[in-house]
Design a protein around this ligand. Structure first.
Ligand code: MRU
Length: 344
């Protein structure tokens, strides 16, 4: 059984506190949408699909928190809660997607009682569907991987970045479940170390062979034929096939091109932003202390200037394919992505 990152239980949201991993597997319970917003902001929950569902659960909590009997007043209250939740993190498009879906359900309700029931049920359905979508994506992607492949991944696009099963790690899980013998190389993913703290933890938890490397060993492992294929997740994908993912992804993709190693991306359709252009995408800039120290230990001089972007953009020409629940988009990506959406 893979880890369940986030769940609705007895009118509360229960999630794994990912800031405590890999040292302790601890669950936190929230009944206030402001707590959910804080959890997204502070990376208690992270990963694009996971924050999409967290946003939806947050809005469902907001609906239950309000004691108004007037539907319009409740909608205004939800609009405000939506703003608070939306402003937590700017890059992953799934957050806006999850919030928008719940607002639509709220607006369509005929009464306050119906609104509350419907938004809770819909958010729960989104969480269940997330796992199903990941499993379908996993199956679709598993055909791209062969027996005895060693697959590199960056950051965490696993069960912990979703409700369960994972996107990129979902493809890895499905490949293993199909009977192929595979190994994984996980990058450490400085500065927040989602690779060492989360990917290494979850693959080890599930008995998948994983080796951890420092980010600086990406070139070495490729140059020494220690990697056959690469798969990562995504926080936002544009209609043109530009992929926004954890900082360092662009370096991995560029290095993969240099060594002729196929570089794949796995993401659900909810991660696609079909309207924006690259100049519209806001890259989250995170605090300097993530770079100037490791845990409580200072590793840089006081007062040093720091540049700490959380994401970067990988251009379509570096990508061999984008795996979705509706199929695999291949070169030329823009045309292929359009077809996936038309078939949807
Ligand atoms: O800052 P995070 O941990 O929320 O970033 C998440 C990522 O960038 C993941 O690598 C990922 O691929 C997107 S979520 C499946």
């Amino acid at each position: 059984m893979t880890l369940k990152t986030i769940e609705w239980k007895d009118n509360a949201v229960v999630m794994i506190d990912q800031t405590k991993l890999p040292n302790v597997l601890e669950y936190v319970t929230y009944t206030d949408y402001n707590q959910v917003a804080d959890a997204i902001r502070t990376l208690v929950v992270r990963g694009a699909p996971a924050i999409g569902v967290s946003g939806a659960f947050g809005l469902a909590l907001a609906a239950l928190q309000s004691d108004t009997t007037d539907k319009n007043t409740l909608i205004s209250y939800l609009e405000n809660a939506k703003k608070v939740l939306f402003e937590t993190r700017p890059t992953a498009v799934n957050l806006a997607w999850g919030l928008e879906k719940i607002m639509q359900v709220a607006k369509n309700a005929n009464s306050v009682d119906q609104l509350k029931t419907n938004v809770v049920e819909y958010a729960k359905k989104m969480a269940e569907e997330d796992i199903q979508i990941n499993m379908t994506m996993g199956k679709n992607g598993s055909v791209l991987f062969d027996d005895n492949d060693t697959i590199m991944t960056h950051c965490n696009a696993g069960a912990l970045a979703t409700v369960g099963y994972g996107t990129a790690l979902g493809v890895i899980r499905a490949t293993k479940e199909s009977g192929k013998n595979i190994k994984v190389i996980a990058t450490e993913t400085r500065p927040v170390q989602q690779g060492s703290r989360l990917t290494a933890f979850e693959l080890k938890h599930d008995g998948i062979d994983v080796s951890l490397i420092p980010d600086t060993a990406v070139g070495y492992t490729m140059a020494n034929n220690l990697v056959n294929k690469i798969i990562v997740g995504a926080d936002r994908i544009l209609r043109t096939g530009h992929v926004y993912n954890k900082i360092g992804t662009y370096q991995v993709a560029t290095m993969a091109k240099q060594h002729n190693i196929p570089f794949y991306v796995a993401a659900p359709l909810s991660t696609f932003d079909m309207k924006s252009n690259p100049e519209d995408v806001v890259i989250e800039q995170r605090k300097a202390s993530e770079v100037t120290g490791i845990g409580d230990k200072k590793t840089a001089p006081d007062g040093i200037n720091v540049i700490n972007p959380a994401f970067d953009m990988t251009p379509p020409e570096l990508i061999a394919g984008i795996i979705t629940e509706k199929g695999i988009a291949k070169f030329p990506l823009e045309e292929s992505i359009k077809k996936l959406f038309q078939a949807n």
